[in-house]
Design a protein around this ligand. Structure first.
Ligand SMILES: Cc1cc2nc3c(=O)[nH]c(=O)nc-3n(C[C@H](O)[C@H](O)[C@H](O)COP(=O)(O)OP(=O)(O)OC[C@H]3O[C@@H](n4cnc5c(N)ncnc54)[C@H](O)[C@@H]3O)c2cc1C
Ligand SMILES: [Mg+2]
Length: 497
């Protein structure tokens, strides 16, 4: 998910990593013929397993199943693979991402997979000072917290408390915590307001929420946040707020030189004609010994089905028999967040010469959370603003030209007038995507985890559930998507044998 608050800043005490070297670009910027090897002929009549959705999770499940000898077919609604992961090729050369991009330590499944596929990482740029804008006043700082003493105290306290709560949560069963119902009934906004000194802490908290969740602190429960943080680790390292959010050493430590979409593109190439694009699943009928998967390109019979599409989109499929009510309640209670990425491209990352990291936080305007999004080669220079939650509600509805102006003005306030004159401006609003419906992730509303949470991975007849939201580590991230795909494949292999 998301990319959380940024860098070594914000809510205090965030690990500040010193490091941050930009790696050298590897080889030519490969453009992405996502459709290259996929099948264009008629779909097979019958396979062992149909996988619904060619995002990272579905493709991972198919890759594991195929390696174990199962006959598998991935059916994908779009004319491309990758789902919430999408490369954007810059006019000046190089690649950035319109969707998921950052990876970091303990995300070992996506890192191993990328490594196997020859997709290399480079460190996010973190040298120099960060910019902080409040009440029209700009300041710079190094270290973890903006120069705002009242927030510093709040942040340290909040961070300690939420890490403490996270340490008590079972990543595979947050609903089983003795205080689950109580924590699930309180929104993070209410919880924070109760114990903080400064009202500015609320505003800054949104700089964590908006990019991470495409939503605001008033929309999710403390139980969700504690669980989300608990999952930001692996089997050996517990998740912490710092890990879920920081740049160096955290969830935004590194990016992929060829762009993150190269991971699903290469998986799809390996799978070849086992991937069918432009094949949205409309109906799934479970009858006799088979699941019948109806797509726009025909119907395929399978012994097992792995559904790996964003949770709310499962409800668009016509199910026979009908999905159990408890699963429908869960999915209806997990809408996608609202998020867009807005990038401005410059000949060079001019802010670096001025001693700035390219990272910024603001209490106002369109550019609440900003990162240096320059490709590995160091040029062209790219600034990225996450526009999510209530900021998206304000700026997402504006005509593109007005939003662009607001974003560039925000960049200029942080990094100088030069920011007003990009050589390219590009933006991606995930709420407009038919087959994603928002981003970065589906968010359970308060009360949903404690009441319907146990349904999240429960198979329905021959149907098993993948997708990052079903992961128990790094849920919401690309790493969680890989883990969920692997887990669903194991479930299916158990049943096939
Ligand atoms: C703007 C943004 C920024 C993000 N930043 C990061 C980040 O920095 N780091 C990180 O790790 N993660 C990030 N994420 C999250 C990350 O992208 C996701 O966790 C991950 O890609 C989800 O993979 P998935 O396979 O579970 O789902 P998806 O990628 O959503 O794949 C689901 C697939 O199912 C298909 N589909 C849907 N319905 C049907 C149907 N009926 N029939 C057939 N196919 C269907 C879709 O087209 C899609 O291809 C970000 C996401 C967004 C949107
Ligand atoms: Mg998928």
């Amino acid at each position: 998910m998301g990319t959380g608050l940024g860098r070594r800043q914000l809510l205090g005490g965030l690990a500040i990593g010193a490091a941050g070297t930009t790696g050298l670009a590897s080889g030519p910027w490969t453009s992405a013929p996502a459709t290259a090897a996929t099948t264009s002929g008629p779909l097979p009549d019958r396979v062992d397993v149909v996988v619904v959705g060619a995002g990272i999770s579905g493709l991972t499940a198919a890759r594991v199943l195929r390696a174990r000898g199962a006959k598998v077919l991935v059916v994908e609604a779009r004319d491309r693979v990758g789902g919430r992961v999408l490369n954007h090729h810059l006019r000046a050369g190089g690649v950035i991402e319109a969707g998921g991009a950052f990876v970091g330590p303990t995300q070992d499944r996506i890192l191993r997979l990328a490594d196997e596929l020859g997709v290399r990482t480079f460190k996010e740029y973190v040298e120099g000072e960060n910019v902080y804008v409040k009440n029209g006043r700009r300041s710079t700082y190094t270290g973890t917290v903006p120069p705002d003493p009242s927030i510093l105290v709040d942040a340290a306290l909040l961070q300690e408390r939420i890490n403490g709560m996270a340490s008590e949560i079972a990543v595979d069963a947050p609903w089983s915590h003795p205080r689950a119902a109580e924590w699930d009934a309180v929104t993070v906004k209410e919880w924070v307001a109760r114990q903080t000194l400064s009202t500015d802490t609320d505003t800054l908290l949104e700089c964590y929420f908006q990019p991470s969740f495409g939503s605001d602190a008033g929309n999710v429960s403390v139980l969700f946040l504690a669980w989300f943080i608990a999952t930001a680790g692996n089997e050996r390292h517990v998740g912490t707020f710092e890990r879920s959010s920081s740049t160096a050493g955290g969830a935004q430590d590194s990016r992929f030189k060829l762009g993150s979409q190269m991971v699903p593109i290469r998986m799809a190439r390996e799978l070849g004609d086992r991937v069918a694009l432009r094949a949205p699943v409309r109906r799934i009928v479970q009858r006799d010994a088979w699941a019948h998967v109806h797509t726009d390109r025909g119907t395929v019979r399978a012994k097992r089905v792995v559904v790996a599409c964003p949770p709310p989109l499962v409800l668009d499929i016509d199910w026979s028999p009908q999905l159990p009510a408890r699963r429908r309640h869960l999915l209806a209670g997990m809408p996608m967040g609202n998020l867009m990425k807005c990038d401005a491209v410059y000949e060079t990352p001019f802010w670096r010469k001025a001693g700035l990291s390219g990272s910024g936080l603001s209490h106002e305007g369109a550019t609440r959370v900003v990162f240096d999004n320059t490709p590995a080669s160091g040029a062209p220079g790219v600034l990225l603003a996450f526009v999510g939650g209530s900021t998206w509600r304000t700026y997402g509805r504006l005509p593109r030209a007005e939003r662009k102006r607001a974003v560039l003005e925000g960049f200029a306030e942080m990094f100088g007038e030069q920011a007003l004159h990009p050589i390219e401006y590009t933006e991606h609003d995930w709420t407009l995507e038919r087959w994603t419906a928002g981003g970065p992730i589906a968010l359970p509303r308060p009360g949903v985890i404690s009441t319907h949470g146990p349904e999240i991975r429960r198979p329905f007849g021959r149907v098993h559930w993948a997708g990052t939201e079903t992961s128990t580590y790094w849920s919401g991230f690309m790493d969680g998507a890989v883990r969920a795909g692997e887990r669903a494949a194991r479930e299916v292999l158990d049943k096939l044998s």
